[in-house]
Design a protein around this ligand. Structure first.
Ligand SMILES: [Zn+2]
Length: 287
C-alpha cells in the first residue's frame, strides 16, 4: 500500500494483486486535526506504521519519537497496592497516600454481575457472551482509572523534575509461588492489576519524558527506613523496629523504594538493584 500526502489530499494506492488486476486508488480529504499529523509525517518527524483499511475507515498509525527524559533532581518512590498507592517524595519528605479502592470495587461488582447474569443459563455460548461482556466493561473501567492516576503522577513528577521509582514486579509471581511472606502471597492477588498500572504508567512516562526506575521489591515493607534492619514481624500494619522507629508499612515501603531509586541514581546501590524503565540519553545512559 502506497500513501501520498500533498497537504490537501491523501492518496492510497493498493497495488495489483491476483484479485485486483488494476491498482486501486482511493483519495481522502482528512479532517484538519489529522492534516497536521500528516504534515509532520511528510516532514520526516514521524514514522508510519501499517495502514488498516476497512469498508468505512482508514487507520494510519504514526509514531512520533518520545522526548528525551530530563536528568532527575529527586525521586518519587511509589508503593503499589490494589487498595492504595503510597508515594514518598525525596526532595520534600512528603508522603501521600492515594486511594485506589475503586479498582477492587469494580472488579468485585462485575464478577458479581457476571455470576448473577449467567445463573440458570445452560447454553455455554450465552454464558460466554455475558462473561466476556463483563470482562470488557471491567477492563475498560479499571484501565481508565489507572490511566488518569498515571497522568496525575506524571504531572507531579514533571513539576519537580523527579524520577518515578517503582518496584520491579517481574519475576515476583514465581517468588510468591515459592511460599514467601504473607505480603508476597497477598500481592499475587493484586498482581495483575498492579502490573497493568505499571505498564500504563511507564508507557505514559516515556511519552512525556519522565524517567522511571525499577528497583528490587525484596523486603521493601519490612526494612526499617532509618537503620536498614529487616524486621521479621509487623505489628498490624505498622513496622516497629528495635531502633525505636514505628511507621506504617506502606509508608516504610514508599521510603525504601525511593531510597533504592536514589542509590541507583548515585550508582551506590547493590548490583542489579535497579534499572531504567524508560530510555535515557547522554551521561545518564550508563547509569
Ligand atoms: Zn530501625
Amino acid at each position: 500500500v502506497k500513501i501520498e500526502w500533498d497537504g490537501e489530499t491523501l492518496t492510497v494506492t493498493i497495488p495489483v494483486s491476483p484479485r485486483d488486476p488494476e491498482p486501486i486508488v482511493l483519495t481522502f480529504r482528512p479532517h484538519h486535526k489529522y492534516r497536521r499529523l500528516l504534515d509532520e509525517w511528510k516532514a520526516g518527524r514521524a514514522r508510519m506504521g501499517e495502514p488498516t483499511l476497512t469498508a468505512h475507515s482508514l487507520s494510519i498509525p504514526l509514531k512520533f519519537p518520545d522526548p528525551i527524559p530530563y536528568e532527575p533532581e529527586g525521586v518519587i518512590g511509589i508503593d503499589s497496592n490494589e487498595g492504595n498507592l503510597t508515594a514518598f517524595v525525596t526532595s520534600t519528605g512528603e508522603i501521600r497516600e492515594i486511594d485506589t479502592g475503586y479498582v477492587g470495587k469494580v472488579n468485585r461488582d462485575h464478577l458479581r454481575r457476571e455470576i448473577k447474569g449467567t445463573r440458570g443459563k445452560h447454553n455455554p455460548k450465552a454464558k460466554k457472551k455475558i462473561a466476556s461482556k463483563h470482562r470488557m466493561i471491567r477492563r475498560e473501567k479499571t484501565e481508565n482509572f489507572w490511566h488518569h492516576l498515571a497522568l496525575a503522577l506524571i504531572a507531579w513528577a514533571l513539576g519537580m523534575k523527579a524520577a518515578l521509582v517503582l518496584e520491579d514486579l517481574k519475576g515476583m509471581k514465581e517468588r510468591i509461588g515459592k511460599g514467601k511472606s504473607r505480603r508476597m502471597r497477598q500481592r499475587l492477588l493484586n498482581f495483575w492489576s498492579i502490573m497493568t498500572f505499571h505498564r500504563i504508567l511507564v508507557h505514559k512516562a516515556r511519552f512525556y519524558g519522565v524517567p522511571v526506575i525499577w528497583v528490587d521489591p525484596q523486603n521493601t515493607s519490612r526494612a526499617c527506613p532509618v537503620c536498614g534492619r529487616v524486621v521479621d514481624r509487623l505489628r498490624g500494619h505498622a513496622l516497629a523496629c528495635p531502633c525505636g522507629v514505628r511507621m506504617g508499612r506502606h509508608e516504610a515501603a514508599a521510603v525504601n523504594i525511593a531510597r533504592r531509586g536514589v542509590e541507583f541514581l548515585e550508582g551506590s546501590g547493590l548490583r542489579g538493584r535497579g534499572r531504567w524503565a524508560t530510555p535515557v540519553a547522554g551521561p545518564l545512559a550508563s547509569g
